[in-house]
Write a protein of this length. Structure first.
Lengths: 351, 611
C-alpha cells in the first residue's frame, strides 16, 4: 500500500469519453490493501470498463460486505453511490436498493469469505431471483484479514502458507451460479486485464443477474507453491474458453472469423458481445453443457476462464414482479395516491 | 527491443533532463533538494564545484536546463501554462542565502613548478584557473581590464547582475593562489609563448561587435554605437546618458541588454528593430518578455537600409519591410514585400547584430592555425590548438555562446592541460563519476520527498518599475524569499531518483501499472521500438525520451517504461510486493582535472606483492 494520494497529474494524452470524463475521473481513494494485491487490479479493471462504456459515475451504486474485497469500492468510482453492508448481507441490501430504484447500475463487490461462507445463503437467493446486477467475487481462497486461514473456496489438497493441507471441499460459486439461474456467468483472473475488462463490460451491459468469479491472488498469504490461487498456478492452469470482442452498435467489424469460430450475443442495450471461441465446440449459451465443461476441466485441475454462460434473453426480478417502470423516488403524488375511485375499484376487485 | 543497459552511465544521465542539457552537467535535482532542506551553503557548493559561478549564473544563465525540464512536459494538459522548474532562480537562492563558504574552498597542493598562462579573465579562463591552481600549478591570468570577469563584468548590465556578486565569485578563484595580471592586454602571442609557460589557455572571448556598413554610417558616427562596446562603457560609467529616441538593431540577448539599459539612461522612446520574425529571434524568451514588460516594443521583419541625417545630426533610419520565405530545404530567406521603405526617427542607434572573433594579436607564424571563419583550428573534445600546449575555450574557441558553455569548455580544457602536462594522451577522456544507490528508508519512506507538488511555477518578485528604470544600478529581480524558494524547489520532480526494475523479482501483478499516475508502465509482448511505442498504456510519442525495457518475464512479456513524463513519485515501488521496482538515486559528476582524470598509477608496492 501507499500513504500518498495518487498525484492528480496525468498523462498529457489522456482523453475524455462521451460523457466528458477521463479514466482518472473514475478512480477512488488511494488503496490501503497490501502492495501487489489482486483486488487492486480488479478495481483498475472496473475503472477501465466504466470509462470505456461512458457510464456516468453518479448513476452507479456500488455495494459490498466485509473483508479485503469489500473495502475496494472505496478505491474506484469515487463519485458513485456506495454502501458497505453487514458481513455477507450485500445481496439483500442490493436487492432492496434495486427494487426501489431500478435506474441505477448495481455493482456488488464481495469476496470468497463474504459470499461463500457467511453470505452463502444471500448469494444463492440473489442469483435465483435474478436481480439485475454485476456480482463480482474477488476470490483469493484465503482469509487475509485474519492472517491466512483457508476460506471456503480453497481447493481440497491445496497448501496454506504455514504448510497445512486443506481437507475440506471447496464451495464452487460458478457451479452454484449456473445451477441457481444466473444469466451471465464468467470467471477471470486479476492478472489478465485483457480478459477481465471485456467480461466486466459484458456483465454491465447484460441486463440480468451477472456473476463474475475473479481469481485474485493474495500476495501476503496465498501466493506460494502449493496454493491453487497464486499468480503462478493460475497462469499455468488457465484454460480460457473464449475471448470477448465488444461491439457497439455503430462500430465496424474489422476482423474476419472462420464460420463456427464466433458466437454473437446481442445484449439488452443493443451492444453485441462477440465471443471468439478458444475451445472447439464450446457453446456459451448452453447452460448444461457449460456446467459439464466446467466440472470436467475443474476435475483435471484446470482453471476454466472466460464467459462460461450467457442467456441472451435474460429477464430480471422487476419483470417477474411486474413492478413500476419508474423508480420509487420519481413517482409523483398522482401515482402514489390515485384517489378514492381507484381504491374503490381495487376493493371491488377483491370482493 | 534489447533489454536496456542501465549500467551505461548515459542512460540514467539522460533521464535527468536538466543535467543532460546543462553544458557543465550540474547535478540540478541534487542541489534543488538541498535548497528545499534549507541547506543553502551545501547547495551553493554543489553548484560551485560544477559551474564555478552560481551567483552570476543564477541571474544570467541561458538556462538550457529549463526548456529540457520534465516538469513542463508533465504539466502539459494538466494546467493552463506548463512551465519548467525555475532552476536558474533557485540557483540564485542558494547564492543569496548561503553562509560563509570560504572555509569550503579547495586546499592548495604544494606548487608543482609548472606555469600556466590564461589569457582573458572571463568565465572560461577563470574555470581553468580554478581547476588547476589547487592542484599545484602556477596559474597566471592576464586581462586588459582592471578587474576580473571579462564579459560578465563588461557586458551584463548592473540591473541584472550587481558588481558585488562578480567581485565575490571571481574573488574565490583569484584567492586560490592565482596570479592576476590586470590591465595587461596580451599584444603578442609569440612574446607570451617565449616566456616559457608549460601551457597557454586562450579564453579571451569574441571581443569585436559586428558593425553595419550602411549608407550614412560614417556621417553619424557620434550617435551610433556598437552594442557590446556601448554596454562596456555604460558598465564602467563612461557613458551615463543617451538620446530620448533610441533604435536598437538586433534580436539577441545583447540587444535586450542594450534596450533595457537605454531605458535607464534617458531613453524614453526605445525600440528594438529586428530583421527576422519575433519567434526566430536569438534572445531567450524571458529576456524578450522582460524588455516588453518595460514598455519596449519589438518590431520584426524590418531590414535596416540606411542612416538618415541632416547637418551631421542623426535623424532616423530607413527600413525595408521583409517577410520570411522558406525553400524546399527549409532554408529561410528574407525577401522584401514590396512596400515603400519605412522611416523611423531617432536620436541614437545601438547596433547589436552579433559578434566576431578577432585574434590580431596571434601571429600567424606562431603555429596556431585558423579556419576560414577566423576561428582557431581546434580538436573538438580536447580544445587543443595546432600548437600542442596552447588550448582555447569559451567564445574564442567556437564563436559566441554563453557563460555556462564557457565554464564547460574551461573544465574540459583543464582536464586536457592536466593530462598533457603529466605526459598522458589527452584524447583519452576520463569517465564521469557515477553512483546509484537505493533511496529506500522504510516501507513507504524514501530519502527524498516523493509527494508530487501541484503548484504552478512561482514568479520572481521585481523591484518597482519607477525605481528600476530610474537607476541603472538597481537590480530588477529581487530573487525568491526562503518560503517561495521552498515551494518552488518542491516542484522539482527529483528525476535523478531513478525507477530501477529487477525483472527476476517481478510476479506481473500489474500493481505498478494500476498505480502509475502518468501511465508510464506497460507489460506487453516485445517488439521493435516504433511498434512498442504505439502499444503502451499511453502512446510514447516523444522520441527524444527513451523506453526502459526489461528482459523477458515469466509470461514471456517484457516491462516497458516510457521515461517521458514519469513523476518519479515512487508509487510503483511502493506498490510493488516483491521489490522488483526500487527508487535509486543516481549521481553523475563529470571528472575534473586532478588525479581522478589521469591514468591509474601503477602502484609499485602492489607490483612487488604480485611478484
Amino acid at each position: 500500500m501507499t500513504y500518498l494520494a495518487k498525484p492528480r497529474l496525468h498523462h498529457p494524452s489522456l482523453t475524455t469519453n462521451k460523457v466528458g470524463y477521463t479514466r482518472r475521473d473514475y478512480e477512488g481513494k488511494i488503496s490501503t490493501l497490501c502492495a501487489g494485491c489482486g483486488h487492486d487490479s480488479i478495481s483498475a479493471a472496473i475503472i477501465q470498463a466504466c470509462w470505456e462504456l461512458d457510464i456516468e459515475p453518479h448513476r452507479v451504486a456500488k455495494l459490498s460486505g466485509i473483508g479485503c474485497s469489500s473495502k475496494t469500492p472505496d478505491y474506484f468510482l469515487g463519485a458513485s453511490h456506495g454502501f458497505n453492508t453487514v458481513h455477507g448481507r450485500m445481496p439483500s441490501v442490493l436487492t432492496g436498493a434495486n427494487l426501489a430504484n431500478r435506474d441505477l447500475l448495481y455493482l456488488g463487490v464481495s469476496g470468497d469469505g463474504d459470499s461463500a461462507s457467511i453470505g452463502l445463503g444471500q448469494f444463492a437467493h440473489v442469483m435465483r431471483r435474478g436481480v439485475c446486477m454485476v456480482y463480482i467475487v474477488e476470490n483469493n481462497g484465503v482469509y487475509g484479514l485474519t492472517k491466512g486461514q483457508f476460506s471456503a473456496t480453497a481447493d481440497r489438497g491445496s497448501k496454506s502458507k504455514k504448510g497445512v493441507i486443506n481437507s475440506d471441499s471447496p464451495v464452487d460459486l460458478i457451479g452454484m451460479a449456473l445451477q441457481l439461474g444466473a444469466t451471465y456467468v464468467a470467471r477471470s483472473f486479476s492478472g489478465d486485464k485483457a480478459q477481465l475488462v471485456p467480461l466486466i463490460k459484458g456483465a454491465i451491459s447484460h441486463g440480468g443477474a451477472a456473476f463474475i468469479d475473479v481469481i485474485s491472488p493474495c500476495v501476503a498469504f496465498n501466493n506460494h507453491a502449493g496454493s491453487t490461487k497464486s499468480y503462478d498456478y493460475v497462469r499455468e492452469h488457465n484454460e480460457a474458453v473464449n475471448r470477448i470482442d465488444f461491439i457497439t452498435p455503430r462500430s465496424e467489424i474489422t476482423t474476419d472469423y472462420a464460420p463456427g469460430e464466433v458466437v454473437e450475443v446481442l445484449q439488452h442495450d443493443g451492444l453485441t458481445l462477440r465471443l471468439r471461441k478458444l475451445h472447439d465446440g464450446y457453446d456459451p449459451t448452453d447452460r448444461l453443457a457449460a456446467m459439464n465443461h466446467v466440472q470436467t476441466h475443474q476435475a483435471r485441475g484446470e482453471v476454466v476462464t472466460g464467459l462460461l454462460y450467457v442467456d441472451p434473453d435474460a429477464s430480471d426480478l422487476h419483470e417477474a414482479l411486474n413492478t413500476s417502470a419508474t423508480p420509487l423516488n420519481a413517482l409523483g403524488r398522482q401515482e402514489l395516491c390515485p384517489g378514492a375511485q381507484a381504491l374503490a375499484k381495487l376493493n371491488a376487485a377483491l370482493r | 527491443m534489447q533489454p536496456t543497459n542501465i549500467a551505461n552511465p548515459s542512460y540514467f544521465h539522460k533521464v535527468v533532463d536538466c543535467q543532460w542539457a546543462c553544458p557543465a552537467h550540474t547535478p540540478v535535482p541534487e542541489y534543488i533538494r538541498l535548497i528545499g532542506q534549507g541547506r543553502y551553503s551545501d547547495a551553493y557548493m554543489v553548484n560551485w564545484v560544477s559551474n564555478v559561478f552560481p551567483g552570476i549564473l543564477g541571474r544570467t544563465c541561458d538556462r538550457p536546463c529549463e526548456p529540457a525540464c520534465r516538469r513542463a512536459r508533465v504539466e502539459q494538459s494538466n494546467g493552463e501554462h506548463p512551465e519548467p522548474v525555475a532552476i536558474c532562480r533557485l540557483k540564485r537562492v542558494a547564492a543569496d542565502m548561503k553562509g560563509d563558504v570560504s572555509k569550503r574552498m579547495p586546499k592548495l597542493a604544494p606548487r608543482n613548478g609548472k606555469r600556466i598562462a590564461c589569457i582573458g579573465a572571463g568565465p572560461a579562463s577563470l574555470t581553468v584557473a580554478r581547476d588547476l591552481a589547487p592542484l599545484g600549478y602556477e596559474v597566471t591570468v592576464f586581462d586588459g581590464e582592471a578587474k576580473a570577469g571579462g564579459f560578465i563584468r563588461t557586458q551584463i548590465p548592473r540591473f541584472r547582475l550587481p558588481e558585488s556578486v562578480i567581485d565575490e565569485e571571481t574573488g574565490y578563484i583569484l584567492d586560490l593562489g592565482v596570479a592576476f595580471k590586470s590591465g595587461q592586454r596580451i599584444e603578442s602571442m609569440k612574446a607570451l609563448m617565449a616566456q616559457g609557460f608549460a601551457a597557454v589557455f586562450v579564453g579571451c572571448g569574441a571581443p569585436r561587435g559586428r558593425d553595419l556598413d550602411l549608407p550614412g554610417r560614417k556621417d553619424v558616427a557620434q550617435n551610433v554605437h556598437i552594442g557590446i562596446d556601448w554596454l562596456a562603457s555604460v558598465s564602467f560609467g563612461h557613458i551615463t546618458r543617451i538620446g530620448k529616441r533610441v533604435i536598437v538593431l538586433g534580436g539577441g540577448n545583447t540587444a535586450m541588454d542594450c534596450c533595457r539599459s537605454s531605458r535607464r539612461l534617458g531613453g524614453t522612446d526605445v525600440k528594438v528593430i529586428v530583421r527576422s520574425g519575433f519567434d526566430e529571434m536569438k534572445a531567450s524568451p524571458w529576456e524578450k518578455e522582460d524588455a516588453q514588460r518595460e514598455g519596449i516594443p519589438i518590431i520584426n521583419f524590418h531590414a535596416p537600409k540606411s542612416f538618415e541625417h541632416s547637418n551631421g545630426q542623426l535623424t532616423g533610419m530607413k527600413f525595408e519591410v521583409v517577410k520570411a520565405v522558406y525553400d524546399e530545404q527549409g532554408q529561410r530567406s528574407l525577401v522584401p514585400i514590396g512596400e515603400p521603405e519605412v522611416l523611423v526617427k531617432c536620436d541614437a542607434v545601438l547596433i547589436a547584430v552579433g559578434q566576431e572573433n578577432a585574434f590580431p594579436w596571434i601571429e600567424r607564424e606562431s603555429g596556431i592555425e585558423f579556419d576560414k571563419w577566423g576561428l582557431p583550428r581546434l580538436d573538438k573534445g580536447t580544445f587543443q590548438s595546432t600548437v600542442p600546449n596552447v588550448f582555447f575555450g569559451g567564445d574564442s574557441a567556437f564563436g559566441p555562446k554563453n557563460i555556462i558553455t564557457a565554464v564547460a569548455h574551461g573544465h574540459e580544457a583543464a582536464v586536457s592541460i592536466d593530462r598533457f602536462l603529466n605526459g598522458e594522451d589527452i584524447h583519452q577522456r576520463p569517465d564521469p563519476m557515477t553512483n546509484l544507490m537505493s533511496a529506500k528508508m522504510g516501507i513507504h519512506e524514501w530519502s527524498y520527498d516523493n509527494d508530487t507538488s501541484n503548484d504552478a511555477r512561482f514568479k520572481v518578485p521585481w523591484a518597482k518599475a519607477e525605481m528600476a528604470l530610474a537607476n541603472i544600478r538597481v537590480e530588477v529581480e529581487l530573487g525568491f524569499d526562503a518560503a517561495t524558494a521552498f515551494k518552488e524547489a518542491g516542484r522539482c520532480l527529483n528525476c535523478d531518483v531513478q525507477t530501477v526494475f529487477t525483472a527476476p523479482a517481478c510476479i506481473e501483478c500489474d500493481a505498478c501499472v494500476d498505480i502509475c499516475p502518468m501511465d508510464c508502465i506497460t507489460f506487453t509482448a516485445n517488439g521493435d521500438e516504433p511498434d512498442l511505442r504505439t502499444r503502451l498504456q499511453a502512446p510514447a510519442l516523444n522520441l527524444a525520451q527513451d523506453l526502459y525495457v526489461s528482459g523477458a518475464l515469466k509470461t514471456g512479456r517484457v516491462m516497458v517504461k516510457d521515461e517521458d513524463v514519469c513523476l518519479h513519485c515512487g508509487l510503483c515501488a511502493e506498490r510493488c510486493p516483491t521489490g522488483a521496482w526500487d527508487m535509486q538515486k543516481f549521481l553523475l559528476e563529470p571528472t575534473q582535472a586532478g588525479s581522478a582524470c589521469r591514468d591509474p598509477k601503477k602502484d609499485s608496492h602492489a607490483l612487488e606483492v604480485a611478484a
